[in-house]
Ligand binder design. Structure first.
Ligand SMILES: Cc1cc2nc3c(=O)[nH]c(=O)nc-3n(C[C@H](O)[C@H](O)[C@H](O)COP(=O)(O)OP(=O)(O)OC[C@H]3O[C@@H](n4cnc5c(N)ncnc54)[C@H](O)[C@@H]3O)c2cc1C
Length: 255
Protein backbone atom coordinates (compact mmCIF):
# COMPACT_ATOMS: atom_id res chain seq x y z
CA UNK A 1 0.00 0.00 0.00
CA UNK A 2 1.47 3.44 -0.93
CA UNK A 3 2.07 5.59 2.18
CA UNK A 4 3.18 9.18 2.57
CA UNK A 5 6.68 10.05 3.81
CA UNK A 6 5.60 10.87 7.37
CA UNK A 7 3.74 7.59 7.78
CA UNK A 8 6.60 5.65 6.19
CA UNK A 9 9.03 7.18 8.71
CA UNK A 10 6.66 6.34 11.59
CA UNK A 11 6.29 2.74 10.42
CA UNK A 12 10.03 2.38 10.14
CA UNK A 13 10.60 3.85 13.60
CA UNK A 14 8.01 1.55 15.15
CA UNK A 15 8.94 -1.48 13.09
CA UNK A 16 5.23 -1.87 12.34
CA UNK A 17 2.92 -2.21 9.34
CA UNK A 18 0.03 -0.11 8.06
CA UNK A 19 -2.81 -2.56 7.51
CA UNK A 20 -6.18 -1.91 5.85
CA UNK A 21 -9.14 -3.57 7.59
CA UNK A 22 -12.90 -3.65 7.24
CA UNK A 23 -15.24 -3.85 10.24
CA UNK A 24 -17.39 -6.93 9.78
CA UNK A 25 -19.01 -7.39 13.19
CA UNK A 26 -19.70 -5.51 16.40
CA UNK A 27 -20.91 -7.26 19.53
CA UNK A 28 -21.76 -5.81 22.91
CA UNK A 29 -20.16 -8.24 25.37
CA UNK A 30 -21.24 -6.41 28.52
CA UNK A 31 -22.30 -2.89 29.48
CA UNK A 32 -18.70 -1.70 29.28
CA UNK A 33 -17.06 -3.86 26.59
CA UNK A 34 -17.62 -3.89 22.84
CA UNK A 35 -15.99 -6.44 20.58
CA UNK A 36 -15.08 -5.30 17.08
CA UNK A 37 -14.12 -7.87 14.48
CA UNK A 38 -12.21 -6.82 11.38
CA UNK A 39 -11.29 -8.61 8.14
CA UNK A 40 -8.14 -7.98 6.11
CA UNK A 41 -4.51 -9.01 5.65
CA UNK A 42 -4.03 -9.63 9.37
CA UNK A 43 -0.88 -11.70 8.83
CA UNK A 44 0.89 -8.31 8.82
CA UNK A 45 -0.28 -7.76 12.41
CA UNK A 46 0.97 -11.03 13.83
CA UNK A 47 3.36 -10.44 16.71
CA UNK A 48 3.11 -11.66 20.27
CA UNK A 49 0.02 -12.03 22.48
CA UNK A 50 -0.30 -8.73 24.35
CA UNK A 51 0.58 -6.65 21.28
CA UNK A 52 -1.70 -3.83 20.17
CA UNK A 53 -2.68 -1.78 17.15
CA UNK A 54 -2.82 1.99 16.83
CA UNK A 55 -5.92 3.49 15.22
CA UNK A 56 -6.52 7.02 13.87
CA UNK A 57 -9.69 8.20 15.58
CA UNK A 58 -11.74 10.98 13.98
CA UNK A 59 -12.36 13.97 16.25
CA UNK A 60 -14.83 16.85 15.88
CA UNK A 61 -11.91 19.05 14.76
CA UNK A 62 -10.43 17.66 11.50
CA UNK A 63 -7.08 19.29 12.34
CA UNK A 64 -6.84 17.44 15.64
CA UNK A 65 -5.45 13.96 15.44
CA UNK A 66 -6.31 11.40 18.09
CA UNK A 67 -4.63 8.07 17.95
CA UNK A 68 -5.71 5.34 20.31
CA UNK A 69 -4.10 1.99 20.98
CA UNK A 70 -6.10 -1.20 21.42
CA UNK A 71 -4.72 -4.58 22.39
CA UNK A 72 -5.24 -7.34 19.87
CA UNK A 73 -7.73 -9.74 21.45
CA UNK A 74 -7.12 -12.39 18.77
CA UNK A 75 -5.86 -12.88 15.25
CA UNK A 76 -6.96 -15.66 12.91
CA UNK A 77 -4.69 -15.67 9.88
CA UNK A 78 -6.58 -18.47 8.10
CA UNK A 79 -9.90 -16.64 8.33
CA UNK A 80 -8.18 -13.21 7.96
CA UNK A 81 -9.82 -11.86 11.10
CA UNK A 82 -8.74 -9.70 14.06
CA UNK A 83 -10.77 -8.88 17.18
CA UNK A 84 -10.47 -5.93 19.59
CA UNK A 85 -12.21 -5.44 22.95
CA UNK A 86 -12.91 -1.80 23.69
CA UNK A 87 -13.99 -0.40 27.05
CA UNK A 88 -16.64 2.21 26.37
CA UNK A 89 -17.26 4.07 29.62
CA UNK A 90 -14.76 6.90 28.94
CA UNK A 91 -17.11 8.66 26.50
CA UNK A 92 -13.93 9.88 24.75
CA UNK A 93 -13.19 9.76 21.01
CA UNK A 94 -11.96 6.15 21.13
CA UNK A 95 -15.04 4.87 22.94
CA UNK A 96 -17.35 6.85 20.64
CA UNK A 97 -15.52 5.51 17.58
CA UNK A 98 -15.95 1.94 18.79
CA UNK A 99 -19.65 2.45 19.43
CA UNK A 100 -20.39 4.22 16.14
CA UNK A 101 -18.13 2.75 13.44
CA UNK A 102 -20.55 1.18 10.93
CA UNK A 103 -20.04 -2.39 9.78
CA UNK A 104 -18.45 -2.29 6.34
CA UNK A 105 -16.30 0.72 7.30
CA UNK A 106 -12.72 0.64 6.05
CA UNK A 107 -9.97 1.65 8.47
CA UNK A 108 -6.18 1.45 8.68
CA UNK A 109 -4.27 0.34 11.74
CA UNK A 110 -0.59 0.44 12.62
CA UNK A 111 0.80 -2.65 14.30
CA UNK A 112 1.85 -4.89 15.79
CA UNK A 113 3.02 -2.68 18.68
CA UNK A 114 3.87 -3.08 22.35
CA UNK A 115 6.64 -4.42 24.56
CA UNK A 116 4.70 -6.54 27.01
CA UNK A 117 4.07 -10.17 26.31
CA UNK A 118 3.86 -13.47 28.13
CA UNK A 119 6.95 -14.45 30.14
CA UNK A 120 7.50 -17.95 28.74
CA UNK A 121 9.80 -18.91 31.63
CA UNK A 122 7.26 -18.12 34.37
CA UNK A 123 5.56 -20.92 36.34
CA UNK A 124 2.41 -18.86 36.92
CA UNK A 125 0.96 -15.64 35.53
CA UNK A 126 -1.04 -13.03 37.44
CA UNK A 127 -2.88 -10.26 35.57
CA UNK A 128 -4.16 -7.24 37.50
CA UNK A 129 -5.94 -4.18 36.14
CA UNK A 130 -9.19 -2.72 34.90
CA UNK A 131 -11.46 -3.54 31.99
CA UNK A 132 -9.19 -1.88 29.41
CA UNK A 133 -6.63 -4.58 30.28
CA UNK A 134 -8.75 -7.72 29.83
CA UNK A 135 -8.14 -7.94 26.07
CA UNK A 136 -4.34 -8.07 26.49
CA UNK A 137 -4.57 -10.15 29.68
CA UNK A 138 -6.80 -12.82 28.14
CA UNK A 139 -4.79 -12.90 24.89
CA UNK A 140 -1.59 -13.51 26.91
CA UNK A 141 -3.27 -16.07 29.18
CA UNK A 142 -4.49 -18.02 26.16
CA UNK A 143 -0.83 -18.44 25.15
CA UNK A 144 0.15 -20.16 28.43
CA UNK A 145 1.62 -23.57 27.72
CA UNK A 146 -0.44 -26.25 29.55
CA UNK A 147 -0.32 -27.28 32.30
CA UNK A 148 -0.20 -23.76 33.68
CA UNK A 149 -1.73 -21.31 36.09
CA UNK A 150 -3.39 -17.94 35.49
CA UNK A 151 -4.70 -15.55 38.12
CA UNK A 152 -6.76 -12.47 37.29
CA UNK A 153 -7.68 -9.55 39.54
CA UNK A 154 -9.90 -7.17 37.60
CA UNK A 155 -11.63 -4.05 38.83
CA UNK A 156 -14.95 -3.29 37.22
CA UNK A 157 -17.72 -0.76 37.85
CA UNK A 158 -20.33 -3.53 38.18
CA UNK A 159 -18.90 -7.03 38.68
CA UNK A 160 -21.60 -8.64 36.51
CA UNK A 161 -20.06 -6.76 33.55
CA UNK A 162 -16.80 -8.70 33.79
CA UNK A 163 -16.41 -11.04 30.81
CA UNK A 164 -14.70 -14.16 32.16
CA UNK A 165 -11.62 -15.79 30.58
CA UNK A 166 -12.13 -19.14 28.82
CA UNK A 167 -8.94 -21.14 29.11
CA UNK A 168 -8.23 -24.82 28.46
CA UNK A 169 -8.79 -27.52 31.12
CA UNK A 170 -5.06 -27.79 31.83
CA UNK A 171 -4.81 -24.17 32.95
CA UNK A 172 -5.77 -23.53 36.58
CA UNK A 173 -7.69 -20.25 36.68
CA UNK A 174 -8.41 -17.92 39.59
CA UNK A 175 -10.55 -14.83 38.96
CA UNK A 176 -11.09 -12.09 41.52
CA UNK A 177 -13.60 -9.46 40.39
CA UNK A 178 -13.17 -6.22 42.33
CA UNK A 179 -16.28 -4.07 42.60
CA UNK A 180 -15.30 -0.42 42.17
CA UNK A 181 -18.05 0.44 44.64
CA UNK A 182 -18.19 4.11 43.74
CA UNK A 183 -14.45 4.75 44.12
CA UNK A 184 -12.80 6.94 41.48
CA UNK A 185 -11.05 4.88 38.76
CA UNK A 186 -7.66 6.31 39.78
CA UNK A 187 -8.13 5.18 43.38
CA UNK A 188 -5.89 2.13 43.67
CA UNK A 189 -7.26 0.96 47.04
CA UNK A 190 -9.65 -1.68 45.67
CA UNK A 191 -7.10 -3.44 43.50
CA UNK A 192 -4.36 -3.03 46.10
CA UNK A 193 -6.50 -4.72 48.76
CA UNK A 194 -7.46 -7.57 46.41
CA UNK A 195 -3.84 -8.03 45.31
CA UNK A 196 -2.65 -8.06 48.94
CA UNK A 197 -5.25 -10.69 49.79
CA UNK A 198 -4.34 -12.86 46.82
CA UNK A 199 -2.16 -15.81 47.71
CA UNK A 200 0.46 -16.06 44.99
CA UNK A 201 1.64 -19.56 44.08
CA UNK A 202 5.09 -20.75 45.04
CA UNK A 203 7.83 -20.95 42.41
CA UNK A 204 8.68 -18.12 40.05
CA UNK A 205 5.81 -16.30 38.45
CA UNK A 206 5.16 -13.12 36.53
CA UNK A 207 2.86 -10.18 37.25
CA UNK A 208 1.24 -8.10 34.53
CA UNK A 209 -0.42 -4.77 35.37
CA UNK A 210 -2.48 -2.64 32.96
CA UNK A 211 -5.01 0.15 33.31
CA UNK A 212 -5.18 3.63 34.83
CA UNK A 213 -1.77 5.32 35.25
CA UNK A 214 -1.86 5.98 39.01
CA UNK A 215 -3.34 2.56 39.78
CA UNK A 216 -0.69 0.76 37.71
CA UNK A 217 2.10 2.66 39.50
CA UNK A 218 0.63 1.77 42.91
CA UNK A 219 0.35 -1.91 41.94
CA UNK A 220 3.93 -1.99 40.79
CA UNK A 221 5.10 -0.56 44.11
CA UNK A 222 2.96 -3.07 46.02
CA UNK A 223 4.44 -5.98 44.03
CA UNK A 224 7.96 -4.82 44.81
CA UNK A 225 7.11 -4.41 48.49
CA UNK A 226 5.82 -7.97 48.33
CA UNK A 227 9.27 -9.10 47.24
CA UNK A 228 8.83 -9.53 43.50
CA UNK A 229 11.74 -8.40 41.36
CA UNK A 230 11.61 -5.94 38.45
CA UNK A 231 12.11 -8.86 36.06
CA UNK A 232 8.91 -10.46 37.36
CA UNK A 233 6.77 -7.38 36.72
CA UNK A 234 5.43 -6.03 33.42
CA UNK A 235 3.32 -2.91 33.76
CA UNK A 236 1.80 -0.47 31.30
CA UNK A 237 -0.40 2.58 31.94
CA UNK A 238 -3.19 2.59 29.35
CA UNK A 239 -5.02 5.79 30.29
CA UNK A 240 -5.10 8.51 32.91
CA UNK A 241 -8.10 9.59 34.92
CA UNK A 242 -9.25 13.14 34.08
CA UNK A 243 -6.82 13.54 31.16
CA UNK A 244 -7.46 12.42 27.58
CA UNK A 245 -4.73 10.25 26.10
CA UNK A 246 -2.18 12.19 24.05
CA UNK A 247 -2.46 12.31 20.23
CA UNK A 248 -0.02 9.40 19.90
CA UNK A 249 -2.23 7.22 22.09
CA UNK A 250 -0.29 7.18 25.38
CA UNK A 251 -1.55 8.66 28.66
CA UNK A 252 0.16 11.89 29.75
CA UNK A 253 2.90 11.23 32.29
CA UNK A 254 4.21 13.75 34.81
CA UNK A 255 7.54 15.14 33.66
C1 LIG B 1 -0.70 -0.11 24.80
C2 LIG B 1 -2.15 0.22 25.07
C3 LIG B 1 -3.12 -0.78 24.90
C4 LIG B 1 -4.47 -0.49 25.16
N1 LIG B 1 -5.41 -1.48 24.98
C5 LIG B 1 -6.73 -1.20 25.21
C6 LIG B 1 -7.74 -2.20 24.97
O1 LIG B 1 -7.47 -3.32 24.54
N2 LIG B 1 -9.04 -1.86 25.21
C7 LIG B 1 -9.39 -0.60 25.67
O2 LIG B 1 -10.57 -0.35 25.89
N3 LIG B 1 -8.46 0.35 25.88
C8 LIG B 1 -7.15 0.08 25.64
N4 LIG B 1 -6.21 1.07 25.84
C9 LIG B 1 -6.66 2.42 26.24
C10 LIG B 1 -7.18 3.18 25.01
O3 LIG B 1 -6.14 3.39 24.10
C11 LIG B 1 -7.79 4.56 25.35
O4 LIG B 1 -7.02 5.22 26.26
C12 LIG B 1 -9.15 4.45 25.97
O5 LIG B 1 -10.01 3.76 25.09
C13 LIG B 1 -9.77 5.83 26.20
O6 LIG B 1 -9.74 6.56 25.00
P1 LIG B 1 -10.89 7.59 24.67
O7 LIG B 1 -10.54 8.29 23.41
O8 LIG B 1 -12.23 6.89 24.73
O9 LIG B 1 -10.86 8.60 25.89
P2 LIG B 1 -9.74 9.77 26.16
O10 LIG B 1 -9.89 10.86 25.16
O11 LIG B 1 -8.37 9.17 26.31
O12 LIG B 1 -10.25 10.25 27.58
C14 LIG B 1 -11.47 11.00 27.75
C15 LIG B 1 -11.80 11.07 29.23
O13 LIG B 1 -12.23 9.78 29.67
C16 LIG B 1 -11.45 9.33 30.76
N5 LIG B 1 -11.23 7.89 30.58
C17 LIG B 1 -10.42 7.30 29.67
N6 LIG B 1 -10.49 5.96 29.78
C18 LIG B 1 -11.37 5.71 30.78
C19 LIG B 1 -11.87 4.52 31.40
N7 LIG B 1 -11.48 3.31 30.99
N8 LIG B 1 -12.77 4.63 32.41
C20 LIG B 1 -13.18 5.86 32.85
N9 LIG B 1 -12.74 7.03 32.30
C21 LIG B 1 -11.85 6.95 31.29
C22 LIG B 1 -10.14 10.13 30.65
O14 LIG B 1 -9.55 10.26 31.91
C23 LIG B 1 -10.62 11.45 30.10
O15 LIG B 1 -11.09 12.27 31.14
C24 LIG B 1 -4.85 0.82 25.58
C25 LIG B 1 -3.87 1.81 25.72
C26 LIG B 1 -2.53 1.52 25.47
C27 LIG B 1 -1.50 2.63 25.65
Amino acid sequence: MPVNEKTAALLERLGANLVPLVLIRREILSRCIIELEFAGPVEDLVGKPGNDVMVDIPTTDPDVQARRRYSIRSIDVTQQRMRLWIETSSGGPGATWAQQLPTGAAIEVIGPRGQISLDLEADWHCFVGDMTFVSAAYAMAEAIEPPGQALFVIEVEETEDLVLPQLGDDIAVTVVAVDRAGRLPNDPSGLLAAFAALELPELDGHLYFGGELRVVAALRNAAKERGLSDEQISSKPYWRYGVANLPHGEPKKDS
